[in-house]
Design a protein around this ligand. Sequence first.
Ligand code: NAD
Ligand code: UDP
Ligand code: UDP
Length: 311
Amino acid sequence: MNKILITGGAGFLGSHLTEKLLKEGNDVLVVDNYFTGTKENLAHLLPNPKLELMRHDVTFPLYVETNQIYNLACPASPVHYQYDPVQTTKTSVHGAINMLGLAKRTRARILQASTSEVYGDPEVHPQPEEYWGKVNPIGIRSCYDEGKRCAETLFFDYNRQHNLDIKVVRIFNTYGPRMHPNDGRVVSNFIVQALQGKDITIYGDGQQTRSFCYVDDLIDAMVKMMNSEDGFTGPVNIGNPGEFTMLQLAETVLKLSGSKSKIIHQPLPSDDPKQRQPNIELAKAKLGWEPKVNLEDGLKETIAYFRKVVA
Ligand code: NAD
Ligand code: UDP
Ligand code: UDP
């Protein structure tokens, strides 16, 4: 049995991860400053005495005892990470230093929730882990992209310098129940707009692509990575290779929700990546993992969830 620390555990992915790890019988300590996460995300798990919640900002040191750390703390939606960009960089960089320091003292295994954003607006398609990316260091997305890149650097330096047991996953766009209705990311925006009969806001011409992974598949891979053989550090891509334009996504959401909403176009934010698709050969080989839920099935589950929350 493990004493597991999850930073960002009250967020979208963190709450699903907490649920799975509790189900497996582990002790889980969730550390979160509730910037984008909520206690409601974990309310159904609170009766379990193996769960402990702690309000704390990971940019400050944290002294607790643990033998596994999942470091997820960081706003993930562009709207939220651009709200206070300096805090976003601090969360990724100071947060990583503090959690790595904690892992060094406790000799805990530590996993970093990195992102496909480390590839930026990629010139290699689909993206394998060996690709170094094309990232603007001074744009409005840089606080997130460069913060996450620096966190990866710190993880690999703590591994080389202090022999820390690290695991790094690069997560591609993930969606599912418990995304916040005002999260601002495309899947939740389109579904909430469709259910409320509001216009569906496509940024730009809608020809940009993303590859969407259902949350259960993603969490399964993250836990497999944490428990993978000693010495396999990653980075490893985790995502669903099914690639869709934003126009296709909007049309699919309209069809599955039976909505009569209109599609409208709004300006494309700067530095918005044109295409993104994971190469998941490494995850298949090293973790024996591949996603099982296709976009339509995952959207149906997510739409059913949002009907209860916003309709
Ligand atoms: P989310 O915004 O729902 O969750 C982030 C959590 O971190 C929230 O609970 C928030 O309150 C907390 N947090 C933020 N700053 C903090 C700080 N300084 N101290 C303590 N807690 C803090 O986002 P999510 O989708 O659940 O993403 C979780 C992680 O996975 C993030 O690190 C994100 O970068 C990464 N990721 C997610 C996706 C995705 O598609 N969902 C893709 C790539 C990477
Ligand atoms: N740290 C922490 N919890 C711990 C141990 C360390 O938050 O249990 C923080 C500590 O404040 C330090 C950072 O992690 O700033 C990095 O720790 P490390 O031991 O690598 O560096 P040092 O303390 O030598 O600067
Ligand atoms: N997007 C959109 N309408 C929205 C929200 C997002 O067309 O209401 C687009 C956005 O410009 C981007 C894609 O959808 O091209 C994915 O955006 P998201 O914020 O979900 O994630 P990221 O850009 O970080 O991959």
